[in-house]
Design a protein around this ligand. Structure first.
Ligand code: GAP
Length: 475
């Protein structure tokens, strides 16, 4: 992880947020290359799940919504994490990370039964602490931990767990009064539900169909961390797929496969993905079934994406009258399958999978579609005007290529500093799949040397065929 964080900062993928003022805990700013990578992921997703399909349309809604949305969705009441506090230093932690996981490690190892018991106990605790303590006295008795911050012995106990609402609050308008409290959305999903009838009326879609959105979400996480893995401001790509109740299992299965296909697009070794069925008591308040797609991060196996069957919970809470009716039959509340993808976690896994150290070079073997630059163009020598002129022509030709209909944009870098070897290494480190060199032969033959990032092999390609050659390789 340290190597990835350092590379990201050094090469302009991701910087610590507000750095010149000492930073702001766990906030990160995407630099020029990180922004390209992020946009490539979001565009690829949008192309795959919205533009290439007839049954999904997209929206882009406001980040701050009427607080009644969060009342109806249950987030004001239920969107909580169990929080524990050290008796000595009053530092606060997520109960799951601080008590549950160490507890499992110390008492009962990692066998499935004890994990299940501990998980159920904590889940039940969230809903009804008294019942949980009576039902699992032994579990709770043992749940004492040393404070991860001040290291006081056994100063953190399950008895001190509080429910902490993760919604990020602010005030709308000049007066900081209770009536002006609003919340930044903690998921993009609700905008898709509250706009359900608008979309229906304006697109005339019939079941099954989906609404998609990509955008920011905010959560006042108790313990953000692990670089961009858990932050308080992040981006999601979500689909609410509306179906008939009887079809939920069929579409749950369908989206499960689609999510795996997407993970492959990021260049992720699918062996590092584990599907975790979330048990009763642990699922979000709206879900009847949830699968987390977990990835083997360097800091442990953790959630990458999620898939939930949200039933008709949200539409029923937002629409008092059934919002969907076809020509024949009664109106009803459609059910929902929700595949959800975190943008920042997508970036993190793409970087982790791509990072390679080979002899004396670092190579980011990003899938070409994701690479910030698809190619870099160099004149062999920086002091030969005729080489620079020709290389500049190749660079402009590639840059001006209009790839609206292709799978990604053809972003191209220019470099004429140092020697060719250094330029190759510099491009390898940021994942540029192809380096194009204009040399003396190019002046005579109208061709260039193209070097492949992963194999370091070089071939010659005619300049007139270069754009098509690149598009073919990238897509
Ligand atoms: N609408 C459902 C929903 O929001 P979630 O599992 O809470 O479900 C969906 O979040 C995805 O958003 C996660 O699988 C993860 O990729 C990403 N995510 C959630 N919290 C995050 C955080 N604090 N920082 C970065 N990404 C986060």
């Amino acid at each position: 992880m340290e190597k990835i964080v350092s590379l990201c900062k050094r090469r302009g993928f991701i910087y610590p947020g507000s750095e010149i003022y000492g930073g702001l805990a766990n906030s990160w700013d995407y630099g020029p290359l990180g922004t390209e990578l992020k946009n490539n992921i979001k565009n690829l997703w949008w192309k795959r799940f919205v533009q290439s399909r007839d049954d999904i349309v997209g929206i882009d809604a406001a980040l701050i919504m009427n607080p009644k949305v969060w009342e109806a969705s249950g987030h004001l009441k239920n969107f909580t994490d169990p929080l524990i506090e050290c008796e000595k230093c009053h530092a606060r932690f997520r109960a799951g990370d601080t008590l549950l996981m160490p507890h499992i490690a110390t008492h009962g190892g990692s066998d499935e039964k004890s994990i299940e018991n501990a998980t159920i106990a904590l889940g039940l605790w969230q809903k009804n602490p008294e019942e949980a303590m009576n039902k699992y006295p032994d579990q709770f008795q043992k749940w004492l931990a040393d404070c991860p911050k001040c290291a006081s012995k056994k100063s953190v106990s399950i008895g001190f767990v509080k429910k902490f609402n993760l919604m990020l609050k602010t005030f709308l308008g000049p007066a900081e009064e209770k009536t002006n409290i609003v919340y930044f959305r903690p998921e993009t999903a609700q905008a898709m539900f509250v706009n359900f009838k608008n979309v229906l009326q304006t697109t005339r879609k019939t079941l099954p169909f989906g609404i998609a959105q990509v955008g920011k979400a905010f959560r006042n996480e108790i313990t953000p961390g692990n670089f961009i893995f858990r932050t308080r401001e992040f981006e999601q790509m979500e689909i609410e797929y509306f179906i008939r109740e009887d079809d939920w299992e069929k579409y749950f299965e369908y989206w499960r496969k689609e999510m795996i296909e997407w993970i492959k697009e990021l260049g992720v070794d699918i062996k590092k993905i584990h599907e975790a069925e979330i048990p009763d008591g642990e699922r979000a308040h709206y879900s009847k079934r949830t699968i987390d797609f977990e990835y083997e991060f360097p800091f442990g196996q953790k959630e990458l994406y999620g898939l939930a069957y949200r039933t008709d919970f949200d539409l029923k809470n937002h629409f008092k009258e059934a919002p969907y009716k076809e020509e024949e039959g009664d109106a009803f509340w459609p059910h929902v399958i929700e595949p959800t993808w975190g943008v920042d976690r997508s970036i993190l896994v793409a970087l982790l999978e791509a990072y390679h150290e080979e002899k004396d070079r670092v190579v980011l073997k990003l899938p070409p579609k994701l690479a910030p630059y698809k190619a870099a163009v160099f004149p062999l020598l920086a002091n030969k005007p005729e080489l620079i002129k020709k290389a500049r022509e190749v660079y402009e030709m590639l840059k001006s290529c209009n790839l609206q209909s292709a799978i990604c944009n053809l972003s191209v870098a220019w470099d004429d500093r140092g020697n060719i070897g250094k330029r190759y290494y510099s491009q390898d480190e940021i994942g540029t799949p192809f380096c194009i060199t204009v040399d003396f032969e190019s002046l005579a033959n109208d061709d260039v040397t193209v070097r492949d990032r992963d194999t370091a092999k070089q071939i010659r390609v005619k300049i007139s065929e270069l754009t098509d050659w690149l598009i073919d390789k990238i897509s």
